[in-house]
Ligand binder design. Structure first.
Ligand code: UD1
Length: 347
């Protein structure tokens, strides 16, 4: 069944990759974004990859009037995939109110719009950060949630609570996808994570170090209780992640499942920071100089996913290995440099 899907934050990193997967599966897409962490050029790249230009509406969904205007301008929609949110753990600690206002108001306004326009399905962009530091690994969806370690994590937990209540009251069904650590870029190297300012995430920092933009990678913490002392995460390719959104949507539209469901999206293996440096060096033949630093505030020690539910229920199978993740990240960095992106976005 072909659907017309509203994608909030659809020019962002995970949003843009999901738009590609939706369009490739034959669905029609209406993107809404305010370019707070992306740019209009992403729409050209999406047209180049898919051969069609997605419909686009510029709006800030944290503003109730603009959210209402989006739903009127978009025309009839069968579902919403809601990505639009701020995502820096570190920034959220400095300016928590920005995070509560943006992430929670946007969600509430989108749910109000869905109610008034009778849009029945939502896929929500959640995070493994809701687990905090789990007591047992791999972590399954049924594990009790721990207190969040940052306001960013709190907004994801609160958003899930809001959705749980709204789906219980009827009228809307939702699936929350809890991402582990998305990395890499589309194999075309036309879309990827746009690195505004100093990268906070590991892989953008690794590629900028390899390309000579940074002198060395700072490894935050080498005294963790892990094999090599550095923290362990479950890194997943962004295209694999994107595909799961289409599968989640098709499950809901097919009338399967309950009104509220949650799935982990990770490959199911943990890799340390040093494993990641080694994988990048092997995949590209480049060196990544690094230095060991004290732990970063808010970092958990280790986390990786039990992904059986997504595999068994959604039929989702992650396909990219670590070396492919690294190669696509590197190709994207070269595309950015070749296109003059860094000159246009000088820090
Ligand atoms: C966390 C969340 C993730 C969420 C993301 C949003 C967890 C386990 N993961 O990612 O779900 O989407 O925030 O921002 O809560 N590192 C360095 N040097 C660097 C950068 C990172 O050593 O310059 C290390 C970090 O200490 C960490 C690992 O690399 O151990 C991954 O860090 P990062 O890429 O920032 O992601 P998380 O903080 O794990």
């Amino acid at each position: 069944m072909k659907m017309r899907v509203g994608v909030t934050g659809g020019t962002g990193y995970i949003g843009s990759h999901t738009v590609v997967e939706l369009m490739s599966a034959g669905h029609e897409v209406v993107i809404v974004d305010n370019f707070s962490n992306s740019e209009p050029g992403v729409l050209d790249a999406l047209e180049q990859i898919t051969g069609r230009r997605p419909v686009f509406v510029k709006a800030d969904l944290a503003c109730p009037d603009q959210a209402r205007e989006f739903f009127s301008a978009a025309g009839p929609l069968d579902a919403i995939i809601h990505f639009a949110a701020f995502l820096s753990v570190e920034e959220s600690v400095r300016v928590p109110l920005h995070y509560f206002r943006n992430n929670l108001f946007s969600l509430v306004h989108v749910l109000q719009g869905m109610q008034s326009h009778s849009i029945p399905h939502m896929v929500f962009s959640s995070s493994c950060t809701v687990y905090g530091q789990p007591d047992t690994l791999p972590i399954s969806e049924d594990a009790p949630l721990q207190p969040a370690w940052s306001p960013y994590g709190q907004t994801k937990q609160m958003s899930e609570d809001i959705l749980r209540s709204c789906t219980a009251s009827g009228g809307v069904r939702a699936i929350a996808l809890r991402y582990f650590n998305p990395i890499g870029a589309h194999p075309s190297a036309l879309i990827g994570e746009l690195p505004y300012g100093l990268p906070h995430h590991l892989v953008p920092f690794i590629v900028q170090t390899a390309s000579g933009q940074r002198d060395y990678l700072r490894i935050f913490g080498y005294d963790y209780n892990t094999l090599d002392g550095t923290p362990v995460r479950d890194y997943i390719h962004v295209t694999d992640l994107a595909r799961a959104h289409v599968q989640a949507l098709e499950r809901m539209a097919g009338g399967q499942g309950r009104e509220w469901e949650v799935y982990n999206l990770g490959v199911g293996h943990g890799f340390s920071v040093l494993d990641m440096v080694k994988a990048f060096e092997e995949a590209t033949g480049l060196k990544v100089p690094y230095q060991l630093f004290p732990r970063r505030a808010g970092d958990v020690e280790k986390v990786w996913a039990d992904n059986r539910r997504a595999r068994e229920v959604l039929g989702w199978i992650p396909e990219y290995g670590l070396h492919d993740m690294m190669r696509t990240a590197w190709d994207w960095e070269q595309h950015l440099r070749g296109s003059g992106w860094y000159e246009r976005n000088k820090r």
